[in-house]
Design a protein around this ligand. Structure first.
Ligand SMILES: [Fe+2]
Ligand SMILES: [Fe+2]
Length: 197
């Protein structure tokens, strides 16, 4: 099977997503391409990963749980109560198995776009960051993250992860154990002692 092209994937996303999510996906793809140009990554991979990252974003809770079971994903109690948390893992399965994307790097970036991971390669970080800073987004501190994104991918990724964490805490949200694990990894990388940034 030949790799699906941009037009085909755009059509898939248009069919699977609401207009708002589809437009967010287009902007994330375009932002990922720009970040790849700036930071020396593969533009095609970045654009496609950005375009398809939210493939499972608009499934209902029931559909997400059903798909998780279908793909044999392990569901922890928190995810069972908040199935939206599964959309990156399910999205990665959809991208690989239903959209025919065989590029493991793209699938990885889709899988890691919500929680991140303790290992994030350049493409993973570009897609995570593009999702946070695409022009349709608005949140506290975004100007600084966008500024950093032009200069240093690593600093921008860390600042974006930190901003997401703070926003979860600020709204009294649940911190997924994986988020905490990734954050502690980021904090210890920055300071060498796991202290606060
Ligand atoms: Fe998402
Ligand atoms: Fe997204």
């Amino acid at each position: 099977m030949s790799a699906p092209g941009w037009t085909e994937l755009e059509g898939e996303m248009r069919a699977r997503l609401t207009a708002a999510s589809f437009n967010h996906s287009l902007r994330t793809g375009a932002t990922a391409v720009r970040l790849a140009q700036i930071h020396g990554a593969d533009e095609r991979q970045a654009g496609i990963a950005g375009l398809v990252h939210d493939a499972a974003r608009d499934l209902t809770d029931a559909q997400l749980l059903e798909q998780a079971e279908h793909f044999g994903l392990k569901i922890d109690p928190v995810e069972a109560g908040k199935p939206y948390l599964l959309h990156s893992a399910i999205g990665a399965k959809i991208v690989a198995l239903e959209l025919g994307i065989e590029d493991a790097a793209i699938v990885s970036a889709v899988a890691k776009h919500t929680f991140g991971d303790t290992y994030m390669n350049k493409l993973d970080r570009i897609v995570y960051l593009a999702d946070v800073i695409e022009p349709g987004r608005a949140c506290a501190g975004l100007d600084e993250i966008r500024r950093l994104a032009q200069i240093n991918l690593d600093d921008a990724f860390k600042a974006a992860y930190k901003a997401q964490l703070i926003s979860i805490i600020a709204r009294g949200g649940y911190l997924h154990p994986r988020t905490l694990q990734v954050w502690n990894h980021i904090a210890s990388e920055v300071n060498g002692d796991g202290g606060t940034i």
